[in-house]
Design a protein around this ligand. Structure first.
Ligand SMILES: Nc1ncnc2c1ncn2[C@@H]1O[C@H](COP(=O)(O)OP(=O)(O)OP(=O)(O)O)[C@@H](O)[C@H]1O
Ligand SMILES: [Mg+2]
Length: 257
């Protein structure tokens, strides 16, 4: 079992966000508050358009909230951009860069020399199942490999906090099951704090310590589900009674949205 301590790593206090659409302010996030402790994995599920990606953009520092506050332990608020690893909903691989050079993009942007960055990537490329593909281009990769590459790029930044937005979104069900087990084992081996956005309830419950269900836009927290299942979790856990009971609760809540 992973060591967790009770230090709060991320604190969201009543976050609201408006977007201007055709001259009118549209409320997208409505007073979202929750804490994430160091080493925790928190899942977010909710209807399309409820503001999940917007919330991750705010936490990462790409956009600002209109109301409320985000506190990240040990990182001054205005310096959080680049201090949090963020895998966005689209994999954003550059077709003209090789696998290896896509992997090191973030490191290069952070000012690391290319050769040093490549060495660092080569050191962990095995774990991501990309050994032997270093010099290939993204179009030659399968969907699962592309997502592992985007994930490798995120992990290489080596920040304590990872934000993952539908990291396995484009994959078929069977590959997703394998990828979530892989993510579980990876997460067990490194002490990271993760927020995972997914539309897949099984995936959210399987991986998370806690899951938040968001309402439809404007996104509010409609339900909190603590996932007290011991780790490491086996793939069969999704058909256990305890799992199904939690899943039913989440689905019922989502049906209302
Ligand atoms: N830059 C923007 N300007 C105006 N509206 C925006 C902008 N970005 C997002 N929106 C709107 O805000 C709402 C929330 O978008 P967001 O991408 O956060 O949803 P989401 O929950 O991630 O959805 P999905 O599950 O489909 O990824 C949507 O209605 C979207 O159209
Ligand atoms: Mg999204």
């Amino acid at each position: 079992m992973k060591n967790k301590n009770s230090n709060t790593k991320i604190q969201l206090k009543s976050i609201s966000k408006y977007f201007k659409v055709e001259g009118r302010n549209k409320l997208v996030l409505d007073r979202v508050s929750f804490d994430v402790k160091e080493g925790e994995l928190v899942g977010i599920v909710g209807p399309s358009g409820c503001g999940k990606s917007t919330l991750l953009n705010i936490i990462a520092g790409l956009i600002e909230q209109d109301k409320g506050a985000v506190k990240i332990s040990a990182i001054p608020w205005e310096k959080r951009l680049g201090r949090i690893s963020y895998m966005q909903q689209k994999d954003l691989l550059f077709p003209w860069r090789s696998v290896l050079d896509n992997a090191i993009l973030g490191l290069e942007i952070n000012g690391m020399f290319r050769d040093d960055a490549r060495q660092k990537a080569i050191g962990i490329i095995d774990t991501f199942g990309l050994r032997g593909f270093e010099n290939q281009y993204p179009f030659t990769l399968s969907g699962g490999m592309r997502q592992r590459l985007a994930f490798l790029r995120t992990v290489l930044l080596d920040q304590d906090i990872l934000l993952l937005d539908e990291p396995f979104g484009a994959l078929d069900n069977f590959t997703r099951v394998k990828m979530r087990e892989w993510l579980q084992s990876l997460w067990e081996s490194f002490n990271k704090t993760i927020i995972l956005v997914t539309h897949d309830i099984d995936e959210a419950l399987f991986l998370s310590d806690r899951v938040y269900v968001f309402s439809k836009r404007p996104g509010r927290i409609a339900l909190e589900q603590v996932v007290n299942l011991k780790r490491p979790r086996d793939r069969k856990i999704v058909i256990s009674q305890r799992f199904m009971k939690m899943k039913k609760r989440l689905l019922e809540r989502l049906f209302y949205e």
